[in-house]
Ligand binder design. Structure first.
Ligand code: NOJ
Length: 447
């Protein structure tokens, strides 16, 4: 059993806790879940929605029946499978745009005291410079609905989607997008700022850049390292400027990005090549951009998912990197290798930043809900170990509250604490959500 409430460092696992100098700190340990607008709201009209329609057919045709177990091909809860075109079109998503009250009731019933969600830029500013006041009012109601239930909102301003007019000027490759983003952020700060303390300007800038500009997997499907570098730098500039703006307009706010940090290990611990590849990946994928935001953060947001085991194979005078996923290990429905200890290593390394840390995402696709409870418990155990060794972790957001639209993969990966029947939109709380609730209520992990 992990010791309840108090650990040797004097940090409380939850509730108010004293600071190192002894005075009571008002912050609570936040337990909750996260979502993003495009993945749950439904009926968005942005660069992704157009791309989804264009690519859905070919994606469904390319998906090979042999690669899928029966429970994914015939999901119990109504929902498309990877061989169907509708899997790849976000469409109504979870209809969370209309059902947020019901969803927040569920979050509250599960003991959550914080919730992370994102604002959809394409709703707020569907045409350049024309702000839609009704949509701003919608998010005001969303924030109020959380507050009414005693749930602290953590607001993301950009979670991977762009209005079409931003796409048309070249998206984040264009420096002007930084300016436009700032204008949009300014509008949100001015209209919703009074009710929000925790702000996440940009979600996972490195993952988006990698998948959209290096791997060509996300729109705009480019494979160009120079462009990727430009995009990443524009994100960082936008982040820093938003940080300054938030502090100018709203004293006392807490601002930080949500950063995806992997755990990389060499396939062969004795192989110099494997070890060098791990070092390079760690630097370029995960840690480099964190240096660029030094001095512009009030907290660090950590998104942690899985282990990448790296093997380098020389081929025709070149080196090819493999991420060796061992199917015999503990994996999610997406083949991601579950490695709870990795969160601890990342937290220990982040301690160097000397800032509060929130786990802004951690979760897995598990349609049968067989692994989720253990996944959450084991990750929280390692988080607790980090806390007891002096790392200032102040919150944990499971990804995700609901099953949702997993980007280029579509609907089949089931990440939710709550199952969504995409035909009826019925919500069903999964058993693992109740296990998480027990941890939250006990403020401890009991076996
Ligand atoms: C990180 C992203 O922020 C989120 O949108 C995505 O669904 C999860 N990872 C799972 O892949």
């Amino acid at each position: 059993m992990v010791p309840p409430r108090r650990d040797p460092s004097g940090f409380y696992w939850g509730a108010a806790r004293p600071s190192k100098t002894g005075e009571a700190r008002p912050e609570k340990f936040f337990f909750g879940a996260a979502t993003s607008s495009h993945q749950v709201e439904g009926n968005n009209y942005n660069d992704w929605s157009e791309w989804e329609h264009k690519t859905a057919n070919s994606k469904s045709q390319m998906a090979n029946r042999k690669n899928w177990p029966d429970y994914i091909l015939n999901p119990q809860a109504g929902g498309p499978n990877p061989l169907q075109k509708e899997n790849y079109i976000s469409g109504r998503a979870c209809d969370h745009y209309n059902r947020y009250e019901e969803d927040f009731d569920i979050a509250k019933s599960l003991g959550h005291n914080a919730h992370r969600f994102s604002i959809e830029w394409s709703r707020i500013e569907p045409e350049q410079g024309k702000f839609n006041e009704k949509e701003i009012e919608h998010y005001w109601q969303v924030i109020k609905a959380l507050r009414k239930r005693g749930i602290e909102p953590f607001v993301t301003l950009w979670h991977w989607t762009n209005p079409l007019w931003i796409r048309d000027i070249g998206g984040w490759e264009n420096k002007k997008t930084v300016e436009y983003f700032l204008r949009y952020a300014g509008k949100i700060i001015q209209t919703l700022g009074q009710e929000v303390k925790f702000w996440i300007p940009i979600n996972e800038p490195t993952i988006y850049t990698g998948l959209a500009y290096v791997m060509g997997q996300f729109p705009p499907e480019k494979k160009n390292l120079f462009k990727a570098d430009k995009v990443l730098k524009n994100f960082i500039t936008a982040y820093k400027k938003t940080y300054l703006l938030l502090h100018k307009k709203l004293p006392g706010v807490m601002v930080g990005n949500a950063n995806n940090i992997h755990c990389h290990l060499p396939f062969n611990k004795k192989s110099l090549l494997d070890k060098v590849a791990v070092k390079l990946l760690q630097y370029f994928r995960d840690w480099r951009n964190l240096k660029w935001t030094d001095g512009f953060e009030d907290f660090i947001g950590l998104n942690y998912y899985f282990l990448d085991t790296i093997k380098v194979v020389p081929f025709n005078g070149r080196f090819i990197l493999f991420d060796v996923r061992n199917p015999n290990k503990w994996i999610s429905d997406m083949g991601w290798e579950i490695y709870p200890e990795g969160i601890y290593h990342n937290l220990k390394k982040l301690k160097e930043k000397n800032l509060p840390i929130y786990i802004t995402e951690n979760g897995l696709a598990d349609a049968k809900d067989e692994k989720r409870a253990k996944f959450i418990k084991n990750h929280l155990k390692w988080v607790h170990k980090a806390i007891s060794e002096g790392v200032d972790v102040r919150g944990y957001f499971y990804w995700s509250l609901l099953d949702n639209f997993e980007w280029d993969k579509g609907f089949w990966p089931r990440f939710g604490l709550v199952e969504v029947n995409y035909k009826t939109m019925e919500r069903k709380i999964r058993p693992s959500a109740l296990e998480y609730k027990k941890i939250i209520e006990a403020n401890a992990i009991t076996e």
